[in-house]
Design a protein around this ligand. Structure first.
Ligand code: FAD
Length: 377
């Protein structure tokens, strides 16, 4: 079977590209490994920035739908010391450019905006092969194949499309997150709820931190960050939630109880999220008929930009293809020439942010950066 534009991956990057192409009347097919839109929980909230994610949603014609998803007040942010002292506190005055939405709801408005059948669920790509003259063959896990004249890898960190362009593979960044959730916190965990406040909380120290967010209602979603090697995490039995929780909490001995409650009182088993990244500045020579968007192109340790950049990449590639309907290579060149420096800059800033958050002078290094930034405005 031959399809015109083929996207692998129905994450935010691939779906934004599909939607922008659809807005411009360009047919597209998205192949997604997961069996259905609801097969996997889509995780927590994302702040969608006015300088990238929101521009992508404008290009997708979905700003009204997006505004309907925004959780008011969630842009408040505070930084605490390990003893619970509030060192920095910024209220949400409604003027911030980073409103928060649920990732799953954002993905759903993109899915709803595409013609039925655009996304082919349950299609896990096992390999890709160049056939020459810009044509690519995609093989799925069930043995079926498609041949396409434009293949876009929007298939995330472990992309099966990326090998057509680059030998790079993600590497462990030296830090991981352990994810916990507390539900109905205002009644069941009032001290933790009060510490987190209306938006997000960062409690930081060199090499470790507790990052929590108030989601809908009283749900508190926490990423416990630890700068430890992979072996250290491998020695923890995450199939034994109580033991794993105790081992992680031990790293925060002596911290204020309203902070450690975010670990010890989790209503869900702790989930380990090993953090990987591609090399900063990852790029490749142009190969006819293949492109990458989002994490497939520039996976970074989470710094609040990844989903925004994936959507922005998708929108920019969609617009470039619409502007060059008879010249795919011109569109891909234009897209990549802007995407490479954009993602390099974001990854560099993200690495600097991690240094401020988890380096030897945390949390004061981060606060100095925040207050310096505010004074400059
Ligand atoms: C713990 C954590 C917290 C984060 N927090 C934030 C945040 O607050 N803000 C932010 O902007 N970013 C955040 N990020 C980063 C963000 O999640 C990613 O950058 C973003 O999801 C990338 O989007 P994508 O569309 O490129 O890839 P993905 O979201 O990974 O989507 C890829 C899709 O491709 C599918 N797929 C994968 N392999 C195949 C295959 N072989 N065949 C077919 N389909 C396949 C997957 O099932 C998936 O649906 C966070 C990341 C992590 C790990």
């Amino acid at each position: 079977m031959t399809t015109p534009i083929t996207i692998i991956g129905a994450g935010l990057g691939g779906l934004t590209l599909a939607r922008v192409l659809h807005v411009h009347g360009i047919p597209v097919t998205v192949y997604e490994a997961e069996p259905s839109p609801t097969a996997r929980s889509q995780g927590g909230m994302l702040d969608i920035h006015d300088y990238n994610g929101q521009l992508a949603l404008k290009a997708a014609g979905l700003m009204d739908e997006f505004r309907g998803l925004i959780l008011e007040g969630r842009q408040a942010m505070r930084v605490l010391d390990r003893d619970g002292t509030v060192l920095f506190d910024k209220a949400d005055d409604g003027t911030g450019g980073r409103p928060e939405v649920h990732r799953g709801e954002l993905r759903q408005i993109l899915l709803d905006s595409l013609p039925v059948g655009t996304v082919r669920w349950g299609h896990k790509v096992s390999s890709t092969r160049a056939l020459g003259e810009g044509r690519q063959k995609v093989t799925f896990a069930d043995g079926s194949t498609v041949v396409t004249s434009l293949l876009v890898g929007a298939d995330g960190a472990w992309s099966r499309v990326r090998p057509l362009l680059s030998d790079a593979t993600p590497e462990y960044v030296g830090r991981s997150f352990v994810e916990t959730w507390l539900f109905d916190s205002d009644t069941r965990h009032p001290a933790a709820a009060k510490a987190v406040g209306g938006g997000s909380l960062l409690a930081l120290a060199p090499g470790k931190g507790i990052q929590a967010h108030r989601e809908s209602g009283g749900t508190l979603h926490t990423y416990v960050a630890l700068s430890k090697p992979q072996d250290w995490f491998a020695a923890i039995d995450f199939t034994d939630p109580a033991a794993a929780t105790a081992r992680i909490a031990q790293e925060f001995d002596g911290w204020a109880p309203e902070l450690t409650e975010l670990i010890t009182d989790s209503d869900t088993a702790p989930v380990l999220r090993l953090l990987n990244s591609l090399p900063i500045g990852h790029r490749w020579d142009r190969v006819p008929g293949v492109a990458l968007v989002g994490d497939a192109a520039h996976l970074s340790a989470p710094n609040g930009e990844g989903a925004n950049l994936a959507m922005y990449d998708g929108a920019e590639l969609g617009k470039a293809l619409a502007a060059h309907p008879d010249d795919i290579e011109a569109a891909l060149t234009e897209y990549e020439q802007a995407m490479f420096p954009r993602s390099t800059e974001a990854a560099t800033e993200g690495a600097e942010l991690h240094g401020l958050m988890f380096g030897g002078n945390a949390p004061h290094s981060l606060i100095a950066a925040f207050t310096g930034h505010e004074q400059a405005q």
